[in-house]
Design a protein around this ligand. Structure first.
Ligand SMILES: NC(=O)c1ccc[n+]([C@@H]2O[C@H](COP(=O)([O-])OP(=O)(O)OC[C@H]3O[C@@H](n4cnc5c(N)ncnc54)[C@H](OP(=O)(O)O)[C@@H]3O)[C@@H](O)[C@H]2O)c1
Length: 255
């Protein structure tokens, strides 16, 4: 196989790369020589040991601390990328929260709290918009690029037949609107960038782990499979698709 000439090699950023789907993206982006530099962000070293170990093995991987609830860490990470790399070609926002030690997804209105709703919105939606704000200069070039955020089918308002999971559903719907609106602005300011929302399918990670019992094995994807599928979807996108919401098989989902 012929090696890819250095000037066509690309740069990628994975936000939320410490584990799960984000870590899977970093692993696949490092395979082969398409990407010259891969940036992976993590919130705290304790849960990012595998990512930090990869950086020792792959000099093209650069790990940066970033907590999406603190805008200054987003600005600092992007500034550090810009100091090394003039252009980005692939950015994937893999940050998300459905539950943690402090809260579980709501089954009923009785379980709603203002604090937990705000937490879901901050992590699942607001962080992506702040990222879009700081990222724009890295997309101001004439090569094709993709900025994708991992959303979720349960964030589709039209597809909501089951109810429950108020904070997660509503924050993913908000993510969808924020990215759709970003796509319209990016189309004017960095027209080679395709902005997309991606539903990964149920994937075997910490996030889905407590809810996997009812999922048939063929519908529970490994991280590797999910990332391969989402990379194929991203590779098939063009600016005409910008602002749309895609499932793992490339089909469009209803808002
Ligand atoms: N797994 C599924 O079945 C499924 C289905 C539909 C959609 N999704 C979406 O896919 C995306 C990835 O989820 P996953 O399944 O890979 O879950 P995961 O393994 O729990 O990973 C979530 C990632 O988000 C990071 N994160 C959380 N809060 C953050 C913050 N404030 N700042 C920066 N990073 C933060 C986590 O970092 P820490 O290690 O520091 O916590 C971790 O890297 C999410 O948007 C999720 O909603 C997943």
């Amino acid at each position: 196989m012929t090696a890819i000439p250095i000037e066509t090699r690309q740069n990628a950023l994975v936000v939320g790369a410490s584990q799960g789907i984000g870590l899977g993206f970093v692993q696949q982006l490092l395979a082969g020589d398409r990407f010259e530099t891969v940036y992976g962000t993590y919130r705290r070293p304790e849960s990012a040991q595998e990512l930090l170990a990869l950086a020792k093995q792959f000099p093209q991987l650069i790990c940066l601390p970033l907590d999406v609830t603190e805008e200054e860490t987003i600005a600092a990470a992007i500034a550090s990328i810009q100091a090394r790399t003039p252009r980005l070609h692939r950015v994937v926002y893999c940050v998300g929260v459905l539950h943690d030690g402090g809260f579980q997804p709501e089954k009923s209105l009785r379980q709603i709290t203002s604090e937990n709703l705000v937490r879901s919105f901050q992590t699942n939606a607001v962080g992506a918009a702040l990222l879009a704000k700081h990222l724009m200069p890295t997309f101001k070039h004439d090569q094709a690029s993709v900025f994708a955020a991992i959303s979720a089918k349960v964030g589709s308002i039209g597809d909501n037949h089951l109810g429950g999971w108020y904070g997660y559903r509503a924050s993913k719907a908000a993510l969808n609107m924020l990215m759709k609106t970003t796509a319209l602005e990016y189309a004017r300011r960095c027209p080679q960038t395709t902005v997309a929302l991606l539903h990964p399918g149920t994937t075997d990670t910490r996030l889905s782990e407590p809810f996997q019992r009812g999922v048939p094995p063929e519908k529970l994807f490994s991280v590797e499979r999910t990332v391969t599928q989402l990379m194929a979807v991203m590779d098939g996108l063009s600016p005409a698709d910008s602002g749309d919401f895609f499932s793992w098989d490339g089909s469009r989902l209803p808002w």
